[in-house]
Each structure stands twice: as structure tokens, then as C-alpha cells.
Design a binder for this molecule. Structure first.
Ligand code: 5GP
Length: 189
């Protein structure tokens, strides 16, 4: 059966486990096309330019946004993040699967601009669990954690705009459910 190209947006608050779910889906699904985002955030230790992100300065990012080279973009915790448009368009037109792991403001732009996209909001099992996960990361200082928690509250309120909400309680179950939604969306009616 020929599968159709599809843009999948995986969003949810920081700490919900988007990165882990995204990695697992990338391993499990045969033809996932990687989208490397552009950001003004400085690289963390071990992160590679062109692999984890395209690391750029603010004027470069702003020029890309103004020229319409970004499918969506948002400011998050003081830094800009965006998805380059051309690689996504080309992959979907070529029948492949593109998985975007992005924050909620950007995901809402995709919902508006790409009617055929499959949008999934990952929900934390509880607020307490989300807070614990954000603190346990240990990569950010307390002010950053507090800012991300405040952002998470606003983000959770947007979840009804998405096609599906999946609770990331048990990782295997969550990955299986998102896979099922993707396979369903790619199977011609
Ligand atoms: P981090 O700085 O931890 O890598 O990412 C912070 C947040 O930015 C995460 O929620 C991540 O999903 C989101 N993010 C990464 N790339 C993009 C992007 O291209 N667009 C948007 N809107 N958010 C992104």
C-alpha cells in the first residue's frame, strides 16, 4: 500500500517527555524525515550545529522569519525557535513522514496554516509529575524552571485545539498510541 506524506506535530509543555517520545517514534517508524529547527539559544554541551539545531543569531533568525522561510516560529524562555519551511514541504510532497517536536505557540500556527497536519498534544499524567520532571532535569537554573512552569500552565490550556490528546504516563503506551494515530492518518480511506 502506498503511504501518503504527512506532517505530524508533537507538542506539549516542557517536561512532558516530547523529546523521548519523538526519539522513540523516529526509531520505530521507517521513513521519518528529520526537521532541524533554527534557534537563537546557545548550544548546550554536546549539541551539534546542523544536527540538534541550526544555531543562529537573532538578526539571522528574524530575516528568515520575515522572508517567510519558517513554517512556524515562537519565542520560548527568551529564545527564538522555528521550523525551516522548504525541507518540510519537500518531504511531505515526496510521500514521507515529518515529525515536528515543537512548543505550543508554534504548533498553533501549524494548526492554522497546514490543514492536513496531524496534531498531537502530549499531556502530563499530573501537574505534580510535570513539576518533578522539570526540576529533575537539572540543566536549568531555578528562575528558568519557574518560567517554564508558568509557560506550561498557559500551554496546557491550549490542548483542546489539537486533533488528539495523549497522556504520557507509560512511555510504551504513549508511543504506541501516537503510532496508531499516525498509521490511521496515513492509510487512504
Ligand atoms: P530546548 O531549548 O529545550 O531545546 O527547547 C525548548 C522548547 O522549544 C521545547 O519545548 C522544544 O520542543 C521547542 N522547540 C524546538 N524546536 C522548535 C521549533 O522549531 N519551533 C517551535 N515552535 N518550538 C521548538
Amino acid at each position: 500500500m502506498t503511504e501518503t506524506g504527512l506532517l505530524v506535530v508533537l507538542a506539549g509543555p516542557s517536561g512532558v517527555g516530547k523529546g523521548t517520545v519523538h526519539r522513540r517514534l523516529r526509531e520505530d517508524l521507517a521513513d521519518v524525515e528529520l526537521s532541524v529547527s533554527v534557534t537563537t539559544r546557545p548550544p548546550r554541551p554536546g549539541e551539534q550545529d546542523g544536527v540538534d539545531y541550526h544555531f543562529v543569531d537573532r538578526p539571522t533568525f528574524e530575516a528568515m522569519a520575515e522572508d517567510g522561510r519558517l513554517l512556524e516560529w515562537a519565542e520560548y524562555a527568551g529564545n527564538l525557535y522555528g521550523t525551516p519551511r522548504v525541507p518540510v514541504d519537500q518531504a511531505v510532497a515526496g510521500g514521507r513522514l515529518v515529525l515536528l517536536e515543537i512548543e505550543v505557540q508554534g504548533a498553533l500556527q501549524v494548526i492554522e496554516r497546514v490543514p492536513g497536519a496531524l496534531t498531537v498534544f502530549l499531556v502530563p499524567p499530573s501537574w505534580e509529575e510535570l513539576e518533578r520532571r522539570l526540576r529533575d532535569r537539572g540543566t536549568e537554573d531555578e528562575a528558568t524552571v519557574a518560567r517554564r512552569l508558568e509557560t506550561a500552565r498557559h500551554e496546557l490550556a491550549q490542548r483542546t485545539a489539537f486533533d488528539h490528546q495523549v497522556v504520557n504516563d507509560d512511555l510504551d503506551g504513549c508511543v504506541a498510541e501516537v503510532r496508531r494515530l499516525i498509521e490511521q492518518a496515513r492509510t487512504p480511506a
